[in-house]
Design a protein around this ligand. Structure first.
Ligand SMILES: [Zn+2]
Ligand SMILES: [Zn+2]
Length: 276
């Protein structure tokens, strides 16, 4: 049993709840404890059910709530040694209980075997994560904030059941949009964020018969639309021969419906989700 719930994703906060056979973890805690709590409640869950938080990198939209949530609910935080060091220099500070992810090989967290892979991004040590549920063997990959796809990453993301993938911007909208030139260059540069086109190419390389679902994340509200991101990645997946109808775009404002390892979306009362 593996289930993925994007509680929110974008430049104002990211948190992805992953439930496995033996425990539940959050990937990133970019919301404060209050927002995290209300987003969890909106999908029928409670902070006490979370056993640990894994951090992809120290940027505020991924780690701002980690220290406060760790203090409040006792969540241990896992990240690479460089990310923990960088986090100690941020305003939010280090969580109370921290653990370094093993530099190589697997780290076992709440029933998951966790692998991490370096991705280029303007952070100390940004990582893509792959979590394998110890009991079922189901695998989920989480790729947030990647400037480009490094060599070896598509192979590391092979044999996934579910993929959470950044699809940040439409290149044309970004180029013609309101952002200052330097910021445009930062976003589209090799240490920024993945475009829809880059996400489509990576998704296509991850596609295989048993990939059950793809959830797009970190969509820009200024430089993208869910329709464009979905169309682009759907096209890439179709070209790779992936025919499932199991592609979704998560949003900043509200949690996405939970997605199971079978590729099914679990409905959540929309009245609850529209609170955000
Ligand atoms: Zn981010
Ligand atoms: Zn970042």
């Amino acid at each position: 049993m593996l289930r993925v719930t994007v509680l929110g994703s974008g430049s104002r906060g990211n948190a992805v709840l992953i439930d496995g056979s033996e425990g539940s973890v959050l990937v990133d805690a970019g919301f404060g404890p209050r927002a995290l709590c209300s987003r969890l409640l909106a999908v029928g869950r409670h902070p006490e059910e979370i056993h640990a938080v894994l951090l992809t990198h120290e940027h505020i939209d991924h780690a701002a709530g980690a220290a406060a949530a760790s203090a409040r609910w006792g969540w241990p935080a896992y990240a690479t040694a460089d990310t923990l060091r960088a986090l100690g220099d941020t305003d939010s500070g280090l969580p109370v209980h921290t653990h370094s992810l093993a530099a190589t090989g697997l780290t076992h967290v709440s029933g998951f075997a966790v692998e991490h892979h370096a991705v280029p991004h303007d952070a100390a040590d940004c990582r893509a994560l792959v979590l394998t549920d110890g009991r079922s063997g189901a695998r989920v990959g989480v790729v947030l904030d990647a400037g480009r796809v490094p060599e070896g990453l598509p192979e590391a993301l092979s044999r996934l059941d579910l993929l959470v993938l950044e699809s940040n911007h439409d290149r044309e909208i970004l180029a013609n949009g309101p952002y200052p030139r330097l910021l445009k260059r930062r976003i589209s540069g090799g240490s920024g964020h993945l475009s829809n086109e880059a996400a489509a190419a990576l998704a296509a390389r991850c596609a295989h018969r048993d990939l059950r679902g793809v959830i797009l994340a970190h969509l820009s509200e200024t430089n993208n639309t869910p329709e464009l991101a979905l169309a682009s990645v759907r096209d890439g997946l179709r070209r790779a021969g992936w025919r499932r109808d199991a592609l979704w775009a998560s949003a900043q404002r509200q949690p996405h419906a939970p997605i199971t390892a079978t590729g099914a979306a679990t409905p959540v009362a929309t009245s609850q989700l529209s609170l955000f």
